[in-house]
Ligand binder design. Structure first.
Ligand SMILES: [Zn+2]
Length: 264
């Protein structure tokens, strides 16, 4: 059976979908790739020219590092994989920041040398400068992997659960399960208790319905080949690009393994 994807919700930053006819290993592979193997740009080097704010240089640098930057995966390569040996436009982007108080400095105040590389959100507060306080710096962004540091993690809140399967047989319509379900998804229909196709996605597999049923008419199980996924992107990619990139990473790893095995 071929793998299938049913999109339930899709926006710029988040997606919910059902992946069916797939193995648990593959589902987990996609999740892990989105969290740690899809490279993204993040500030990891800061030259501070002036900092008379209340923050130490290191604290300021840490805050800058955690700002998601929009990334074109075709255009950049991680430094260690770049052919330049040190730093070139393919592995490095410079952003500058120059501000004087009184004012709050936001991520949107960073001026990027590459117009395609911008803070994914313009309104992340960096520091509150008081009268006379100044910050002048150059921030260098490199591409890196989430498994090295969370600042290079493009996927956030990526997870899945197996598709819940709840069966009702010989229901006597007592209604005990309806009252017991913490998600309120069981309803009494003409043929007894039932759950709609939409509502079954909300099931948390707690099995309270089954234990409330005195005649054991309910069986709760999970479909081992079907997964309800939620994925969110930090903004460095759209969630759609993130999932595609995650798939590509797995494909590349598999083909690299193939090459190694062939060369033996
Ligand atoms: Zn380079």
């Amino acid at each position: 059976m071929t793998m299938e994807v049913d999109i339930l919700e899709l926006s710029e930053r988040s997606a919910k979908f059902i992946l069916s006819n797939a193995s648990a290993a593959f589902a987990n592979g996609i999740r892990r790739a989105a969290l740690s193997d899809v490279p993204t740009l993040a500030i990891d080097d800061v030259n501070i020219y002036n900092n008379t704010s209340v923050l130490f240089d290191e604290q300021l640098a840490l805050r800058l590092g955690l700002i998601p930057l929009t990334t074109d995966i075709e255009e950049f390569v991680p430094v260690e994989e770049c052919t330049c040996g040190s730093e070139c436009p393919a592995c490095k982007v410079s952003l500058t920041l120059s501000a004087e108080g009184p004012r709050i400095v936001y991520s949107g105040d960073l001026v990027s040398s590459d117009e395609k590389v911008q803070p994914a959100d313009q309104n992340i507060p960096i520091i509150d400068l008081k009268e006379g306080q100044k910050v002048v710096l150059e921030a260098i962004a490199h591409m890196g992997y989430g498994y090295t540091h969370a600042k290079w993690q493009a996927g956030v809140a990526c997870g899945y659960k197996n598709m819940p399967v709840v069966k009702f047989e010989n229901c006597d319509q007592c209604g005990a399960c309806v009252n017991e379900c913490p998600k309120n998804i069981i309803h009494l229909g003409p043929n007894g208790a039932e759950i709609s196709d939409d509502d079954i996605l909300k099931c948390i597999l707690c099995k309270l319905c089954a234990s409330a049923c005195e005649i054991d008419a309910i069986t709760v199980s999970e479909d081992e080949k079907s997964f309800v996924f939620t994925m969110e992107s930090d903004g460095s990619y759209t969630v759609q690009q993130l999932i595609i990139n995650a798939g590509t990473t797995i494909k590349e790893k598999a083909s690299r393994l193939g090459q190694i095995l062939e060369s033996l």
